[in-house]
Design a binder for this molecule. Structure first.
Ligand code: SAH
Ligand code: SF4
Ligand code: F3S
Length: 437
């Protein structure tokens, strides 16, 4: 069987990597990738439901395919990922888009190849969602698309049940892969020429529960000890489990980037409690202090939600204060979006949209000003970036330094996948511009 596939991915890095696994299965079936959706024989939407707008994007884009499907009866359209995994959602999707051929969830992603084969045999849509807690997937064969970085799952699911969050409902219970399999995968990736490994989990700090002798710090050490020049990153850390032991490991290995993503969500203790985050702002700041004690140059990024139910002006000010105190190098900011089935969706005092919007604008302005000041501090300095691509519009190559800052530069030959030293000549918001030295 030959033909083209096109995958549209929404959501987090976990989903980006899941799409690589889907691509791997399609390659095994003989399909090739295409950037042009119109020429595809299989179109897969790998969806996200973390916020309402993520779902709306998917609805819009799936809706637009009706015409393509009418023009090409052999086209297979598949919708998978977190959105159909929500209870009852697969039926909603099936009714709304009867021309979608395959609907699957996160728990049967690894069965996707069989679903395609099944669809080829049948005229009817294949709608298969597997409930339960999910399993641990080892030995899959992703078709990687993010060279020189490679994503590696270390665990699946989440048990934290932050009151606003849908992830524990659509990704199942927390479960870890065997450390020896992860280390073997990392070794192979380095041998294959990958220069950066990013370990993925919803809460990497609780990695290894239920596996004798396994822990996240020990896993990090084992990977950092693999020979060769490469960078090691991980996401996401939950502040409640972010330990001094882990900080020491980051500090003692040059390969582990001095850049930590530590989502705070809010600076107000009252809101943190209602969010079920299980730390106070003081406890969070203490972790930052420990991090800076061992690694003074470590940059910290975060996620923040504004407009959580009951958030007052005072709560929001506490968030603004905390952001200033930590001095994040950048932050992802979100307006709270009620998710059906979560505790927060049933809470009273939902914050009016215009209030949330005004707050997020103020927060973004603050975050941007912090980023600008830090970027400006780079001018005249030399930094080592790992070249990861080429920007057509800017006509320049781009790469990040260990701290996560993006640098753009010109180069005669193609340096993608190489570590390059650039002297920063200009800073513009989050981006740096420099010359190779
Ligand atoms: N496991 C990670 C990331 C989860 S999703 C963590 O614990 O941090 C990424 C981010 O989306 C979260 O950190 C949170 O800031 C945001 N988010 C999750 N649910 C949301 C909701 N209902 N509304 C708005 N933002 C949300
Ligand atoms: Fe969601 Fe909280 Fe789990 Fe992160 S830790 S995925 S925010 S429930
Ligand atoms: Fe990721 Fe969205 Fe699912 S953030 S885990 S793809 S709900």
């Amino acid at each position: 069987m030959s033909g083209f596939y096109h995958i549209v991915t929404y959501g987090c890095q976990m989903n980006v990597h899941d799409s690589e696994k889907i691509a791997g299965m399609l390659k095994e079936l003989g399909y090739e990738s295409t950037q042009k959706i119109e020429e595809a024989d299989i179109i897969v939407f790998n969806t996200c439901c973390i916020r309402e707008n993520a779902e709306n994007h998917a609805y819009g884009n799936i809706g637009m395919l009706k015409k393509l499907k009418a023009a090409n009866k052999n086209l297979i359209i598949a919708v998978g990922g977190c959105m159909p995994q929500q209870i009852g959602k697969a039926d909603v999707l099936h009714k709304k888009f009867p021309y979608v051929d395959i609907i699957f969830g996160t728990h049967n992603l690894n069965d996707f190849k069989n679903l395609i084969l099944k669809k080829r045999e049948s005229k009817k849509a294949v709608v298969e969602i597997v409930g339960g807690n999910g399993d641990v997937c080892e030995g899959d064969n992703p078709y990687r698309t993010s060279y020189p970085n490679a994503w590696v799952n270390i665990m699946y699911g989440c048990d934290n049940f932050c009151s606003y969050c849908i992830v524990p409902y659509v990704r199942g219970r927390e479960r870890s892969r065997q450390p020896q399999n992860i280390v073997a995968e990392a070794k192979q990736l380095i041998a294959d020429g990958y220069k950066e490994i990013t370990l993925l989990g919803q809460n990497v700090n609780s990695y290894g529960k239920g596996i004798d002798g396994a822990s996240f710090p020990s896993l990090l050490k084992q990977i950092a000890e693999i020979e060769g020049k490469f960078r090691l990153r991980f996401m996401t850390s939950h502040p409640k489990d972010f330990s001094e032991e882990l900080v020491k490991v980051i500090a003692s290995y040059g390969k582990i980037c001095n850049n930590v993503h530590l989502p705070v969500q809010s600076g107000s203790d009252r809101i943190l409690k209602a969010m079920n985050r299980r730390y106070t702002s003081a406890e969070y700041l203490k972790k930052i202090e420990i991090l800076k004690k061992y690694i003074p140059d470590c940059t910290v990024t975060t996620d923040i939600i504004v407009g959580f139910p009951g958030e007052t002006e005072e709560d929001f000010r506490a968030t603004m204060d905390l952001v200033k105190q930590v001095g994040y190098s950048s932050a992802f900011t979100f307006v709270y979006s009620p998710r059906q089935g979560t505790k927060a969706a049933a809470m009273e005092n939902q914050v009016p949209e215009e209030v949330s919007k005004a707050r997020i604008m103020e927060l973004i302005e603050l975050v941007n000003s912090l980023t600008r000041v830090q970027s400006a501090g780079y001018v005249g300095k030399t930094c080592e970036v790992l070249c990861e691509g080429y920007d057509d519009k800017k006509d320049m190559f781009l790469g990040r330094d260990e701290y996560g800052r993006m640098g753009y530069f010109k180069c005669e030959n193609n340096p993608i996948g190489q570590f390059v030293n650039i002297k920063v000549t200009e800073a513009n918001g989050i981006s740096l511009y420099g010359k190779i030295i």
